[in-house]
Design a protein around this ligand. Structure first.
Ligand code: ADP
Ligand code: ASP
Ligand code: MG
Length: 406
């Protein structure tokens, strides 16, 4: 029998009725002759609530303890899902990360999966059971409970599908599939029948929350077939496919938006060899990644302004490191702005096709939206704009590239 891994997100498990509905998708698959392994997220809102408790005033900073609290959301969801399946007469049991085990690095809050031990799950499947695996969690090499980062149940699902050599991994969420843009932001967004791994990877890495980017990267690495679909009804979703299986790569196939970045401008930097290296060295040494970078020079020998973005969570640390390096680097002033968003357009067909970037700049210019920084790769162009222009910018770009049309 072929195996399918089915992952249900928090919104698909909001209450018992939702869980019953999700379980129906499992029953249908079994009725059509498939074996099924389930991966669950916590019920909607539960992880937020648990992490909020851990952030309470006066609590210690231990990441492993925070993870053992955060991981309980998936424990409860897995148990409830197994009970619902049993109620339908389907043999099922819950599996926590440490019971499988799903072994991870010792990095709480952002653990990486090192190994998925498949022996006990394979035995359960061979007995005709449905294993219901708690997503988002694992057990570290040092024996502690860990979590994989927000949205990490997608990673559990794809890792499990790879380890169990599943025929497909279904990611069930609250929208019918992958859209040309977040359908909750762009009313005219259109569902895609198929998208390449590289495109959804670029979209996920630049803010499209529909799948975790590391889950897509794993899928690409291990050749896992992934379908993103809704649990609310039995209808086809969006297949993630190899590039050779796409009929015609589009210059732009989707738009994503990220609020995770903050902008730092370092003004009056000497325009000499080595100063930019001196500026970024303390950040690199502190493990802070820098994303978009722009350097403006007013004229020959004039001082330069260097603008770049860092993750919002690193902003305060980056600013204090730069202040400390002011004398040695030599700059005039430092400015920060965290009211910015990065909007990215992604498409396999943009490489070698002129005018794709120009269309982006024209569309934003026509709406009087100022571009504060630009970065590009072979299949992606990103711009940084003021936060309050977010919806208007994404909608304008969606229209400019004709993404609402099939
Ligand atoms: P789950 O709880 O199922 O993991 P998420 O909230 O993590 O669900 O992801 C689903 C959400 O992703 C959708 O509700 C939608 O708002 C958002 N989203 C962002 N970009 C896209 C896109 N291109 N296509 C579909 N959904 C998207
Ligand atoms: N429950 C976890 C979260 O909210 C993991 C997930 O939903 O995938 O981040
Ligand atoms: Mg998610």
């Amino acid at each position: 029998l072929a195996l399918i891994v089915k992952k249900f997100g928090g919104t698909s498990l909001g209450d018992l009725d939702h869980v019953r509905n999700a379980a129906e998708r499992v029953r249908e698959a079994r009725a059509s002759g498939e074996r099924v392994a389930v991966v669950v997220s916590a019920m909607a809102g539960v992880t937020d609530q648990l992490l909020k408790t851990c952030a309470g005033e006066g609590l210690g900073p231990d990441g492993f303890e925070r993870d053992s609290v955060a991981a309980t959301g998936e424990q409860a969801a897995a148990g409830v899902f197994a009970l619902v399946l049993q109620g339908l007469g389907i043999p099922a049991r819950s599996w926590l990360g440490w019971q499988v085990p799903i072994v991870t690095t010792d990095t709480p809050g952002e653990a990486r999966i090192v190994k998925v031990e498949t022996k006990s799950l394979e035995a359960a499947l061979a007995r005709g059971e449905v294993p219901v695996v708690a997503g988002f969690q694992g057990v570290s090499e040092g024996g502690r409970i860990t979590t994989l980062g927000r949205g990490g149940s997608d990673i559990t699902a794809v890792a499990l599908a790879a380890a169990l050599k599943a025929r497909r991994c279904d990611i069930y969420t609250d929208v019918p599939g992958i859209y040309t843009a977040d359908p909750n932001l762009v009313p005219g967004a259109r569902q895609l029948a198929a998208i390449s791994y590289r495109e959804i990877l670029a979209l996920a890495a630049t803010g499209a929350k529909v799948m975790h980017s590391r889950a897509v990267a794993l899928g690409l690495e291990y050749g896992v077939k992934i379908e993103v679909r809704t649990s609310y009804e039995a209808r086809p979703g969006t297949m993630i496919v190899a590039e050779k299986d796409l009929t015609e790569p589009k210059p732009v196939s989707g738009i994503a938006c990220s609020e995770q970045e903050a902008k730092i401008s370092v003004q009056g930097v000497a325009d000499e060899p080595g100063t930019v290296a001196g500026l970024f060295r303390p950040l690199a040494e502190a493990g802070i990644s820098v994303d978009m970078i722009v350097q403006d020079v007013a004229g020959k020998n004039a001082p330069a302004d260097v603008t770049f973005t860092v993750h919002k969570k690193d902003l305060a640390r980056a600013l204090s490191l730069l202040k400390a390096a002011k004398k040695s680097v030599g700059f005039r002033a430092l400015e920060a702005d965290d009211k910015v968003v990065k909007v990215s357009v992604v498409g396999l067909g943009m490489a070698g096709r002129p005018g794709v970037a120009q269309k982006m700049f024209d569309a934003l210019g026509a709406k009087h939206i100022n571009i504060q920084a630009i970065s590009a790769s072979d299949i992606k162009i990103s711009v940084l704009i003021a936060e309050h222009h977010k919806a208007e910018a994404v909608r304008a770009l969606h229209a400019a590239y004709g993404l609402g049309r099939a």
